[in-house]
Design a binder for this molecule. Sequence first.
Ligand code: FES
Length: 283
Amino acid sequence: MPDTGPVQKDAQKHNPNNLPMRVAAVYERVIDANLARAWENVLDWEHLPHLHDSSFSSLELEDAGEWGWRARTKGVPQETSQETLIELVVDRPNSRYVSRTLAGGLPGMEIWTHFTKVDERKTQIKVEFHIPNVDEDGAAKLGGLMLGLYETLWDEDERMMVERQAALDAKTAPNQTAEEPLIDLGDLEALNAHLPLTIELAGKPVNIVRIDDALHAYSAECPHMLAPLSDVPVDNQGCITCPWHGYRFDVKSGKVTNGKNLSLSPGFEVTVTKDNRVEISQT
Ligand code: FES
């Protein structure tokens, strides 16, 4: 997709269309994530209808690049939600970005978010909701709704950023785990009672499940952005769907099933021995 940039003229300026505007609310918090994670999250349009599935039912991307992104979105429930065209534009030198409604919803609404580094692991965020063509009462009502919505969105984003940072840290930490090429998981019948199960093999999380009367082991870390997959249930087609961006993987083959170019990390094998013990090994 060509990087064409924002369609809004003077997109990094406040209220470039000179609308009668009110600041309806201001939301502030400190998140347990550094600036790198926070900016990554801003440009990550793909997570909206998955991580935030209680707020967004769909997203159709029009354009994206280092400048930001523009997409048509719908809220929840999808059937009764109006389509809204949102354009998010970053202003890195001023450590801020704006999410502006171009069509649908409240056209001209600007949500300005400022980041301030607190320390290597924390970022202060300040979100201002600028709403056009609204009186004081309307602004107060909409401001209250926005504060509730943003509390939920930032709770979900912060959880993802914390988990992603932990996964990135684990990749760069010196490996303390002794290479363990094989683990004996004990008696088959006893194991069956505890499935699905997540274990660690050579420092990597591995899920063990039963599908069609056979045991399968697969990486419990999403190859896209390292989401933990240990609590994701296997559906009736033997697939798991990552909760962060919705990539769906066939557990037996590890292959993605919804058009993305990724596979679960291969290399785990489950064996049932003659005396009905279960072993898992790296291949
Ligand atoms: S981390 Fe993005 S789909 Fe799993």
